[in-house]
Design a protein around this ligand. Structure first.
Ligand SMILES: [Zn+2]
Length: 203
């Protein structure tokens, strides 16, 4: 009797770390390529069919479509936090009217970043953030890009933190105009910006 049939091999073609949706955390994975073989007495003879590659979590053993490797909510959140921290640092430097980062200003930005975004900024990360665009136009256009990631409360808290760094009270004309512009780029309504300004300008 001739024993003829087929079976599937699942060769590992890549290993690495990914965000496993099943475990909801970073895990090791194996990317496998299943291949169907025709065999005679279990000796593989003919590769019959290549099946869809899949990613398997080494912790929970669940299998996922390969596109799972492109999504990492932890890394994406980290990137969003970093972008917001950069925005805040640029706006605070702008509002301070200082030509560059002073140690005191760096401390203030570090503290505000921790309080508002919950990110542990370092003097080095603040310096890097403001280097990436501290002129008025690039800081404002970056603000408009990041504003989608903030709710109304986050926008107001950002504006308040920036106004708080202004060098004098009552606010000078430059600071008033800048604060209005920042509020606009954050997507706040004129009434909302006006409310925050009239409360903080004199205080
Ligand atoms: Zn898993």
């Amino acid at each position: 009797m001739i024993i003829w049939g087929s079976y599937v091999t699942k060769k590992i073609i890549q290993k690495g770390e990914f965000f496993c949706p099943g475990c909801a955390q970073h895990r090791q994975y194996n990317l496998r390529r299943p291949k169907k073989w025709g065999h005679l007495y279990w000796i593989p003879l003919i590769p019959m069919q290549e099946l869809d590659r899949y990613v398997q979590c080494t912790a929970c053993d669940k299998a996922w479509n390969e596109s799972v490797l492109e999504h990492d909510p932890i890394r994406e959140q980290h990137q969003r936090d970093e972008n917001l921290a950069t925005m805040l640092a640029q706006l605070m430097l702008l509002m301070s009217g200082e030509g560059g980062l002073t140690p005191k200003l760096n401390d203030q930005i570090t503290e505000a970043t921790q309080r508002l975004i919950g990110v542990d900024a370092t003097p080095e990360s603040i310096a890097k953030a403001v280097m990436s665009g501290s002129d008025r136009n690039s800081a404002l256009s970056n603000t408009a890009r990041q504003a989608d990631g903030l709710n109304d409360r986050g926008k107001e808290a950002t504006l308040r933190a920036v106004i708080a760094i202004a060098p004098a009270r009552p606010l000078g004309e430059r600071e008033w105009m800048l604060a209005s512009d920042i509020g606009k780029h954050l997507g706040m309504s004129p009434a909302h910006v006006g409310g925050v300004l009239s409360e903080m300008a004199a205080a």
